[in-house]
Design a protein around this ligand. Structure first.
Ligand code: TIU
Length: 224
């Protein structure tokens, strides 16, 4: 085990059984004209974490540890999208309607692609998920079990929606979860801060939180 300085106490990272999960770093949420923008959000906040997420992915690639990317994506016929989700929020454009980057939140459309700086490479797992959580209707639990993963490190957007939902789903399935706090962002600064606090509260009721530098520092000390 590698102890990563974290809150509420050091995170015991198991190097043989740890994967990185990068949640929904897709153009739909990060660039103007996408789904996040259609809901009235300031998307510039999210783009700011791209270099940190890239640094985190690089750590995992250098270690040879698995990297999993998710996308919030629906089938082109929207058969996996509840009508309630399409109707919600009085948006300027609904899921499935054509925006500046193609149909919102639809698999295969330009807006559904992961931003170029974080593009998956050969051998990395890409999960299209119809819900906010990564376990709902994806089969990812079975995929992770098949490769022996027990520990998940989380990054991506948005902190209190898809990241927190996925981390809670993972926690309930027995994964030891660490959120890299500077590799996640919300459209709402106060919701990011609150999410970090509620994950680490009560002795780590959902898991651990730490900055990227804590992970990098622990791995550097191990290599020295
Ligand atoms: N709206 C919002 O904050 N997030 C989402 O709809 N999806 C994700 O968080 N990926």
């Amino acid at each position: 085990m590698i102890d990563i300085p974290a809150r509420p106490y050091p995170y015991p990272l198991d190097p043989a059984h740890t994967a990185l999960v990068v949640i929904d770093m897709q153009r739909d949420f990060i660039e103007p004209g996408g789904f996040g923008d259609s809901l009235g959000n300031d998307v510039a906040r999210l783009e700011a974490i791209v270099p940190t997420v890239a640094g985190l992915i690089e750590v995992f690639r250098q270690q040879g540890w698995p990297v999993i990317h998710t996308r919030e994506a629906h089938k082109p016929d929207l058969s996996d999208c509840p009508p309630s989700k399409i109707a919600r929020g009085n948006p300027s454009l609904h899921i499935g309607e054509v925006g500046a980057m193609g149909r919102l939140l639809v698999a295969g459309e330009p807006g559904n692609q992961i931003v170029a700086a974080l593009a998956p490479i050969e051998g990395e797992i890409v999960i299209d998920k119809p819900g906010k959580g990564m376990f709902w209707a994806t089969g990812v639990h079975e995929t992770l079990q098949a490769i022996g993963i027990t520990h998940l490190v989380f990054a991506g957007v948005t902190t209190e929606v898809c990241v927190q939902t996925s981390m809670r789903e993972a926690n309930d399935r027995g994964y030891e979860c660490l959120l890299i706090e500077d590799a996640t962002e919300s459209y709402f600064a106060q919701f990011k801060a609150a999410t970090i606090e509620m994950i680490a509260a009560q002795g780590g009721i959902v898991g651990w939180v730490a900055p990227l530098a804590a992970l990098q520092g622990a791995l550097a000390r191990r290599a020295a």
